[in-house]
Design a protein. Structure first.
Length: 258
C-alpha cells in the first residue's frame, strides 16, 4: 500500500460482509472511491447485486463482486476463502460488518440459550470465522481489518446477548492486534451509536424508544449509515497506519444510554 490520503484511488481490494444494506452497503460504496476491487458478501444476493450495480455505475473502473456467503457457516466461509485465494491478488481491507439481533427472551431457559447462541454466532463468530479464514490473504504489511461493533458493548442497551457479543469483539480485536501487529496489519473496531437507517433499527424501534435514545445523544439525532461508513473509511486508510487494537466510537456524544 502507498501513502495515499483518504478518498484517493489506488489499486486496493476490499472485502465487506453484511454489505447488502445499511452500514455495510454505505461502506462498500465509500471504499469504491479508493479501491479497485470490492467484494460484497451477505446472505441476500439480490441486495448485494443492487449495491454492486450502484458501485460499477458510479465507478466504471471498479470491479464489484456480489457473493452470497453466510458468514456464520464454516463451509461457506472456507469455500469463499478458496475462491478469494484464486481470484484476488491479496486483501487490503477486510470489513466485518455482518450482524444480527434477536427479540427479548421469552419462553424459558431453552429460548434464552437459543437466543444467546444465535446472537453470538451472528455477531461474534461471523467476524471470527471470516477474519481467521482470510488472514493468510491479507496484505502484509499494510492490511486493514475493521469490525463493526456497537455502543451497546459499553452501555449494555437493548439485547443483553447482543451487547455481550459486541463487547467480545473488542477483546478479540485486542488479541488479534498482538498477532497481526508484527505483520503490519491493523485491527480495529468501529462502534456506532444509534444509527437510524439500518435494518436492525428502522421500523423496529417504537417512537417512545426512539425519543429516549435521542434524548441521550449530545447532537440530538441518530447517525446515518454513511456517517459510520466515513469512520470505517478512515480506519481502513493509510492515514490510520498507527491506529490499531482500538475501539473507535462514533455515537454523537452519548451522555447516557437509552
Amino acid at each position: 500500500m502507498t501513502n495515499a490520503p483518504v478518498g484517493s484511488f489506488i489499486s486496493r481490494t476490499a472485502v465487506i460482509t453484511g454489505a447488502g444494506t445499511g452500514i455495510g452497503a454505505a461502506t462498500a460504496r465509500t471504499l469504491a472511491n479508493s479501491c479497485s476491487t470490492i467484494v460484497l458478501l451477505g446472505r441476500r444476493l439480490a441486495k448485494l447485486e443492487e449495491v454492486a450495480a450502484d458501485i460499477t455505475a458510479s465507478h466504471p473502473t471498479v470491479t464489484a463482486h456480489a457473493m452470497s456467503v453466510d458468514a456464520t457457516d464454516v463451509l461457506a466461509v472456507e469455500t469463499f476463502a478458496v475462491w478469494a485465494s484464486d481470484a484476488l491478488p491479496s486483501i487490503d481491507v477486510l470489513v466485518n460488518n455482518a450482524g444480527s439481533t434477536q427479540p427479548a427472551f421469552e419462553g424459558g431457559l431453552q429460548n434464552i440459550a437459543d437466543v444467546w447462541e444465535s446472537t453470538i454466532r451472528g455477531n461474534l463468530m461471523s467476524a471470527v470465522l471470516v477474519t481467521e479464514a482470510l488472514l493468510p490473504q491479507m496484505t502484509a504489511p499494510g492490511g486493514r481489518i475493521v469490525i463493526t461493533g456497537s455502543f451497546a458493548a459499553q452501555f449494555g442497551t437493548g439485547s443483553i446477548a447482543y451487547s455481550a457479543a459486541k463487547a467480545a469483539l473488542q477483546t478479540y480485536v485486542v488479541s488479534l492486534t498482538r498477532t497481526q501487529g508484527p505483520r503490519g496489519i491493523t485491527c480495529n473496531v468501529v462502534a456506532p451509536g444509534y444509527t437510524g437507517d439500518t435494518e436492525l433499527v428502522a421500523g423496529r424501534i417504537s417512537e417512545e424508544r426512539h425519543a429516549r435514545l435521542i434524548s441521550g445523544i449530545a447532537v440530538g439525532r441518530a447517525a446515518t449509515s454513511q456517517e459510520i461508513a466515513n469512520v470505517i473509511d478512515f480506519v481502513a486508510s493509510d492515514g490510520a497506519s498507527f491506529v490499531t487494537g482500538q475501539t473507535i466510537t462514533a455515537n454523537g456524544g452519548v451522555m447516557f444510554p437509552g
